[in-house]
Write a protein that binds this ligand. Structure first.
Ligand SMILES: NC(=O)C1=CN([C@@H]2O[C@H](COP(=O)(O)OP(=O)(O)OC[C@H]3O[C@@H](n4cnc5c(N)ncnc54)[C@H](O)[C@@H]3O)[C@@H](O)[C@H]2O)C=CC1
Length: 369
């Protein structure tokens, strides 16, 4: 581990338990020096704070893997164009971050940590600005009209929209979404279909407790409404050069990007077996199973194994989807795509390590919806 990475991890561990405080100080300081930025952010900042901190943690964890680091921060820079962020805004933000960390860490902070975070922030800001610059030929966000909206269960909806201008993306990527019912509150969702000539985009959304955007996308939006989408992000895409068979592991609406990958494979795949494991709590939450079974009937290379983790009456596979995948192994020669709740992704990655699947063959995205 490099010195920089060690110092970042060591200092982060001091404030980790109080990271909401770091987020609070950080934004207070940023808005004090740049009051005009306040209008771009939602009134309620709690989720935004969590997302900032997740982004910092992801960046710090990937700092020793230049490809991942560059790709992640480049995407974040493209995505932040929706906030009309200018290069000048980056200047004071680094100071605000270091100050927030220093205040929360108190006596345990030292000048070495200060320098490490300044260096890391500089690298992060450069990658974000480069990502934004490379995307400057595209509009920072696009408007899209909702065409269809279908409630698939009490909490889950599948809807389709059409952007007013083309939105180039790759199957497996995700975008930030804002709707008129929750202005300035952006949440990321995966595009659930492969790019198509008509440019339509599908989304799968589950409304969860206080998830305002998800709630509005499930219960309020209707055909004719407009939503806004920012630049596509994410690396969970297909490697066309690989000839290995594929295992897809989807938990709940984490199925969305996997469905897009399968649709992409339908365009060209003749030789790779694709095993899809789709886990949900109960039968109602297997919200796309009919469509998946239809695809499997049409394409002999595709198999679908559904499983329920909290439905004793279900006659198919029982248990967390990670355990079901393990039961069907070994999978040493396969490429993996994993998507779903963070805890499910983590457990699946651990299970695959135990099955000796090399980590380079496992794709997943840091997901902070
Ligand atoms: N909507 C979208 O576009 C996307 C959503 N996601 C994420 O997918 C998740 C979907 O949530 P829900 O549909 O509510 O899923 P859920 O909470 O109902 O879980 C679905 C399945 O995942 C597994 N699972 C859940 N928690 C687990 C744990 N602690 N350990 C092991 N396995 C576990 C189980 O098999 C469970 O049946 C959200 O966290 C969302 O952030 C990920 C990618 C795209």
């Amino acid at each position: 581990m490099s010195d920089l990475s060690r110092l970042l991890k060591e200092s982060w561990s001091i404030v980790e338990d109080r990271q909401d405080k770091v987020g609070g100080y950080f934004y207070a300081r940023v808005f004090l020096s740049n009051p005009q930025l306040r209008d771009l952010f939602p009134v309620q900042m709690d989720v935004q704070r969590t997302r900032l901190l997740s982004a910092i943690v992801t960046a710090v964890q990937s700092i020793e893997d230049p490809d991942r680091f560059n790709e992640y921060l480049g995407s974040l820079g493209r995505d932040h164009r929706k906030f009309q962020v200018e290069p000048a805004h980056f200047d004071g933000v680094g100071d605000a971050l270091v100050e927030a960390l220093r205040i929360v860490a108190g006596d345990q902070w030292c000048s070495e940590y200060d320098q490490a975070w300044r260096d890391a922030y500089q690298a992060m800001a450069e990658r974000m600005m480069a990502g934004a610059e490379a995307d400057s030929g595209n509009p920072p966000l696009c408007h899209a009209e909702v065409l269809r909206h279908e409630r698939r269960s009490r909490d889950i909806a599948v809807f389709t929209c059409r952007p007013l201008q083309p939105l180039p993306y790759r199957a497996g990527q995700y975008v930030s979404v804002e709707c008129e019912y929750q202005p300035r509150v952006w949440r990321t969702y995966s595009i659930a279909n492969a790019p198509s000539d008509g440019g339509e985009l599908d989304f799968h959304v589950r409304a969860l407790g206080a998830g305002w955007v998800s709630g509005a996308l499930v219960r309020r939006i209707k055909p004719g409404d407009m939503i806004r989408l920012a630049a596509p992000m994410g690396t969970m895409t297909l490697d066309r050069k690989s000839t290995r068979d594929i295992v897809c592991v989807a938990g709940g609406t984490g199925l969305a990007p996997i469905k897009a990958l399968i649709q992409e494979l339908i365009k060209y795949n003749r030789t790779r077996w694709v095993h899809l494991f789709f886990g949900a709590r109960n039968r109602d939450d297997l919200y796309d199973l009919d469509e998946l079974n239809r695809l499997a009937a049409q394409h002999p290379w595709l198999s679908v194994v559904p499983a329920c983790s909290e439905d004793d009456g279900y006659t198919g596979e029982q248990g967390n989807i990670c355990d079901v995948v393990t039961r069907y192994g070994p999978w040493r020669e396969h490429d993996f795509f994993v998507s779903g709740p963070a805890a499910m992704v983590k457990t699946t990655l651990r299970g695959l390590t135990e099955l000796q699947v090399p980590s380079v063959r496992v794709k997943y995205d840091p997901y902070t919806r």
